[in-house]
Unconditional design. Structure first.
Length: 163
């Protein structure tokens, strides 16, 4: 289960016009690991297939073996597809790890910004009596600054994922 936001901060986030992301970084990490495991399982299969093909080619001669060798060495042969699948699985797994890390960093940064905003609001309310309510005028400014900071965080996260 990924990071969830405390209720007080969820209300504040909604007030700023954002919703908590439904992305689950732990599931993304798990899915990335599954893809890397899949690629790891394909690697020995490709090696065993290549060894078996080499053994068949070295111990036999004739037109059928030559045709087999041609098909085996073709760019769309089974072993080539397996090797591409290994690389593809590793790339997908790595990309999912990057996405999970970005989601985690985004959630942590949003929580930090909301916590700072909450502290600023509490401080403004606490000093309202001393400032005859003038400190309450700071609350909309604090909210706008938090909004800008969260928007910047989201932009950086999108830039990290999309390049």
């Amino acid at each position: 289960m990924g990071i969830n936001i405390p209720g007080e901060l969820a209300d504040l986030l909604n007030e700023l016009g954002y919703t908590w992301p439904k992305s689950d970084e732990s599931k993304l990490f798990e899915l990335g690991r599954d893809w890397l495991d899949f690629a790891g399982k394909l690697t020995p299969i490709a090696g065993e297939a290549a060894a078996a093909a080499d053994k068949a080619r070295s111990g036999n001669k004739g037109a059928a073996i030559e045709a087999f060798g041609k098909a085996w060495d073709h760019e769309d042969s089974a072993v080539t597809v397996l090797n591409r699948a290994v690389v593809g699985g590793q790339m997908v797994g790595g990309a999912l790890f990057v996405c999970a890390a970005v989601v985690l960093a985004l959630k942590i940064n949003v929580i930090v910004q909301l916590t700072i905003l909450l502290i600023e609001i509490i401080q403004a309310i606490a000093t309202a009596a001393v400032t005859f309510g003038a400190s309450l005028a700071e609350i909309p400014i604090f909210k706008k600054l938090a909004d800008i900071a969260i928007d910047l965080i989201i932009d950086k996260a999108l830039e990290a994922v999309l390049g």
